[in-house]
Write a protein that binds this ligand. Structure first.
Ligand code: PNS
Length: 161
């Protein structure tokens, strides 16, 4: 069985992430979307909220599994018998760091990374930008699933003065 692993923070999941997961599921028998448990980061959504949003967003994708991991990605990948880590590349600016991580992961454990070119529709999209726009009251409809728009509105709502 060929298994892809799409690791990330997913704070929150975007349509760009979902495009990569959907396309990976056409190339692999199974896709594990693995959310990093990182106590050093202060995410907008808790781990449980991020996992729940990913589950809801991938409900129609039969071969996709949502999971969480901590520690080194390569240790998790080996434990789950991952064939390749799959990442989206949006622009050249992604490349340097992604290449470093891919080469380190290969050096550490012989785990391969495959890159998919991001659909140009989503080439400017990131969770960080989505959160920034939402925090400032901007409309992120169409960039994330509709139920994520609602969660972002709830999370960023300003208390009445
Ligand atoms: O969504 P992100 O924050 O860009 O995802 C980064 C992630 C989770 C893929 C990366 O930080 C990671 O793999 N972290 C796990 C710890 C690890 O293996 N570090 C060494 C990387 S070479």
């Amino acid at each position: 069985m060929r298994t892809a692993c799409c690791p990330g923070t997913y704070d929150p999941v975007t349509n760009g992430h979902l495009d990569i997961v959907a396309r990976a599921s056409k190339c692999f028998d199974r896709v594990i979307v693995a959310v990093l448990i990182n106590p050093a980061k202060q995410p907008m959504f808790t781990l449980e909220e991020r996992l729940a949003m990913l589950k809801e967003a991938t409900v129609g994708m039969a071969s996709v599994e949502i999971d969480a991991f901590s520690g080194l990605l390569v240790d998790y990948a080996r434990r789950r018998e991952v064939t390749a880590i799959v990442k989206g590349l949006r622009a050249v600016s992604d490349f340097d760091y992604e290449l470093q991580m891919a080469q380190m992961n290969y050096r550490l454990a012989g785990v391969d990374t495959m890159f998919m070119t991001t659909n140009p529709t989503w080439s400017y999209l990131s969770s960080s930008l989505v959160k920034d726009v939402a925090r400032h009251g901007g409309d992120v409809t169409g960039l994330v699933p509709d139920f994520v728009v609602t969660r972002l509105r709830e999370r960023t709502a300003q208390p009445p003065a």
